[in-house]
Structures are given as C-alpha cells and as structure tokens.
Design a protein around this ligand. Structure first.
Ligand SMILES: [Zn+2]
Length: 255
C-alpha cells in the first residue's frame, strides 16, 4: 500500500477508536456521579428503562438513525451523547496528527479520554470524581517512560508548582478552587512537568476568565462556574502543543 493510503487508514482507526471510547465515556459521565456501577448492565433509556440494543449503540450513526429519539418511548436522546462521541473522535485524530502511530499517541489518548470525562462531570456536578484523578495517575506515571521530556525533577516540581499555590489561595479565599482542581493539577504536574502545567493553568485562566467575564457582563452572577473543564482544556493543549506554544511565545522576546 502507498504511504498515503496507510495514513488515511490510521486516521480512520484513530477516529473510530475515539468514537467507540467516546461512547463508553458517555456511560461514565452519566453513571459515575449517580454511583451506578460502570461495568454493570447495558445502557438503557433513562425514561422508559428499555435496554438499548447493540445495533442501536453505534456511535453517532445510531443517534442519526433513531433521529435523536428512544425507539421505544420517543424520549429525546440528549445531543450530548453524539457530541461527546464526536469530540473524542476528533481529539483522537488531533493526538494522532501530533504524535503519529506511537506509544505516545496511545498514552495521550488515555489522558484525553479521562480529561473528557472529567470535563463533562465537573460541568454537570461541580465535582471532579476522585476515581478519575486516581485513574489519571496511571498514564501520568507511564508518561515518564514514554516521553523523553520533561525530566524527573521537572515532573516532581510539577506536582507542587500549581497545586500548592492553588491550595494556599483556597485557604485564603474559600472556594477559590475545588479540592478536585487541586488534585487534578498535582497529577497533571507530574504528567506535564512544571513548565507544561504552568502553561496549562495559564490557558485555563484565560479561557475561564473570558467565560466568567461574559457571565458577569450578562449579569448572570447566579451561574456557578466549574474550573475543571478549563484546566482539562489547558492540560490537553499543553500536552500536544506545549513546546510549540512556549517557543512561539519566547520568540517575541528574541529568546
Ligand atoms: Zn425510552
């Protein structure tokens, strides 16, 4: 086969892997906060509780075929489901674009999947489940063996460089950050090293700050905003484009 054909197939695999895992993430996002066992039983319609057939559980395609409604009771299926699947598929292809067919891609894929789950659960419940932060420790530890950079010391410093200031800030201003945010940035610190996690936090503050200003302008002070999703976006971007962004930034100063 020509190299181009092989690459197209690889991207297709990356997309399908993302879609399938995204479908599983929907289960986690729905069940974990409710305390329903993840592995127990097939998916069911939240309204009529009819089990969803295997053939009706194909990412995105099933949603389109069912025209976004439960086949049994006609209850609308949240757009969230195909959205999470599509997003995971898309992010998987971005990871493949950056890391190519490698162990690094697989590791980054696992991190990305956990970040997607954390993002939506934090958005829904204002809490980051401990289980997901603990799960994130696995690829974080492995990343030390899979990625040559950053070094061990940079990662060790990374554990504390963001989490400790966040903790101190939260002790001064109650609810500045959630416990989940702090734990997330401790794990992300080892994954990205101190420089990478600094960049991740910087991105999160810019994005989160922009959205917060929008809410203030719209006078929607009632709107309580989780910070976890912005941290997750920051971690994802830093993991993929960290060195490129830092070099681009330093370029302004002729460094
Ligand atoms: Zn139903």
């Amino acid at each position: 086969m020509e190299l181009q054909t092989v690459m197209v197939l690889f991207y297709l695999y990356a997309l399908i892997l993302g879609l399938v895992v995204g479908s599983f993430l929907n289960v986690i996002i729905y069940r974990l906060p409710l305390g329903i066992p993840i592995a127990k039983g097939r998916s069911f319609c939240p309204k009529c509780h009819v089990l969803i057939k295997w053939s009706q559980n194909i990412p995105i395609i099933s949603y389109l075929m069912l025209r976004g409604k439960c086949k049994n009771c006609g209850e609308p299926i949240a757009v969230r489901y195909p959205l999470v699947e599509g997003l995971t598929g898309l992010l998987s292809m971005v990871s493949f674009y950056v890391f190519g067919p490698s162990l690094q891609y697989l590791l980054v894929f696992v991190v990305m999947a956990l970040l997607v789950a954390i993002t939506f659960i934090d958005f829904d419940t204002m809490t980051i489940p401990n289980a997901l932060v603990v799960a994130l420790m696995v690829p974080a530890v492995f990343s030390f063996f899979v990625f040559p950079e950053p070094g061990f010391l940079a990662r060790l410093i990374g554990i504390f460089s963001i989490s400790v200031p966040m903790l101190i800030l939260t002790m001064i201003i109650p609810d500045a950050f959630g416990g989940g945010d702090i734990k997330l940035m401790a794990v992300a610190g080892f994954l990205l090293g101190w420089a990478g996690s600094l960049l991740a936090t910087f991105i999160a503050l810019i994005l989160g700050g922009t959205v917060a200003s929008y809410y203030i302008l719209k006078k929607r002070k009632d709107k309580h905003m989780p910070f976890g999703p912005y941290l997750c976006i920051g971690i994802y971007l830093s993991m993929h484009f960290g060195s490129a962004i830092i070099n681009w930034y330093l370029g302004f100063f002729g460094l």
